[in-house]
Design a protein around this ligand. Structure first.
Ligand SMILES: N[C@@H](CCC(=O)N[C@@H](CS)C(=O)NCC(=O)O)C(=O)O
Length: 127
């Protein structure tokens, strides 16, 4: 994982998550986008309740994670952050002609990137 305390991008996450929510906290979406695009990022961990303090609400008015900071830019809402990462860095978007082609192209790119294309059944080798 490209976590680097000195990275230009900082996201927020919790330093403690109850069992039922492990793996579900929405910083996962942002981490995924950053990892898929190969971007190093730092993580600022918040303790229980710290998300509601004024310092964090200045970044996320609803007192939630994740947030994204890069220079003067601060973003919240995981969907908006993922969109920004896809616009900012190559690797998530596929600029095909139509919406369906873009999605199909993205699926192939992701499969190749993850190595899945090398480990398939072979049945769809012409795909
Ligand atoms: N729509 C927001 C939802 C963010 C959200 O629900 N964050 C949760 C963790 S998954 C949170 O920080 N909850 C703590 C709280 O609301 O006090 C997003 O996608 O970023």
């Amino acid at each position: 994982m490209p976590i680097d305390p000195a990275a230009a991008i900082t996201i927020t996450a919790y330093d403690w998550v109850p069992d039922f929510a492990r793996g579900q906290v929405r910083d996962l979406r942002v981490r995924w986008a950053l990892e898929e695009t190969g971007q190093n990022y730092a993580v600022r961990y918040l303790s229980q309740g710290q998300q509601k303090e004024a310092a964090h609400r200045a970044l996320q008015p609803f007192g939630q994670v994740p947030t994204y900071e890069e220079g003067d830019l601060t973003l919240f809402e995981s969907g908006a952050i993922v969109w920004h990462v896809a616009e900012r860095f190559p690797g998530l978007r596929y600029d095909g002609a139509s919406g369906a082609e873009r999605v199909a192209g993205m699926a192939v790119c992701r499969a190749e990137h993850s190595g899945a294309a090398d480990h398939g059944s072979g049945a769809d080798d012409d795909f």
